[in-house]
Ligand binder design. Sequence first.
Ligand code: PPS
Length: 290
Amino acid sequence: MARIEVTEVFEGISVPGNMHTQESLRAAANFQFQDTDVLLVTFPKSGTTWMQQILSLIFNKDDLQTIQSIPTWARVPWLEHTYLLDNLTQIETSKPRLFTTHLPARLLIHNLKNSKARVVYLARNPKDVLVSFYHFHKFAKFLPDFNSFEDFFGHFLEGKVNFGSWFSHIKDWLSVQQELNFFLITYEDLSQDPLQAVQSLSDFLGQQLEPKELENIVHYSSFSFMSQNDMLNYSLVPPEVLDHSMGKFMRKGVAGNWKEYFSPEQNARFNDVYQAELGDLTVKFPWALD
Ligand code: PPS
């Protein structure tokens, strides 16, 4: 598989070389947004695929054929991936165009703020992000190997993983929210009350949903539905890219799984960094840190 061992570094951010090149990253940084675009922004393992499915359902509610035949990554492609150009023709025919990015705000803000594009920032308890990302490294062949959970834990806290620091990512995006047409939503909101969370999101997107449509969206984006569907669970990705014998993309799908992995010492260390990095933020997140 081409470039599976390569890590690209772009503007200080490390990313897997099998899906990113300097050219594709530059194209993302120079991307011209349209006012009708919707951009999903996440740090990896925050529930990106879940939200790609929800966005796609909100805008294609009468078209179940599409969600069963086209994978989420093609329906809501990453701006920075090399295959964006391959998918752009199909994306151009859908209005609005839906995109995903893991990139920091500083790389996109210049072009984004010149448009009225809607930005949906999906955040997740960073402790669960860390655990999910740790497992992903075990079977994603394009990510580096770590010796142990503790080894990965240290790298994550220091921001020395692909896409950099979780803390910088969220602070960077929240710091520019006033300049954007911006909506913050969390994995925990979606887990606790999916009907309410999807309703608020569709209000932001200016989409009216009938009660039955809302129920359908929640059903077709549930973990049980998505984990069973090959267009949604990444099981069709070849084993040279994802070694399916070593783990599942749709792993647990719950909030709070970190409690099974963090030692008391790691938890205290994480909380110290969290407090130092995010202590000044006024926004209250719905996740539990203890
Ligand atoms: S990636 O690689 O960045 O695109 O990964 P991402 O999609 O952001 O995150 C994968 C985690 O999201 C969970 N997931 C879900 N949870 C609940 N409900 C639904 N429908 C759902 N879909 C995906 C997935 O299981 C990964 O989390 P963990 O904790 O590893 O289970």
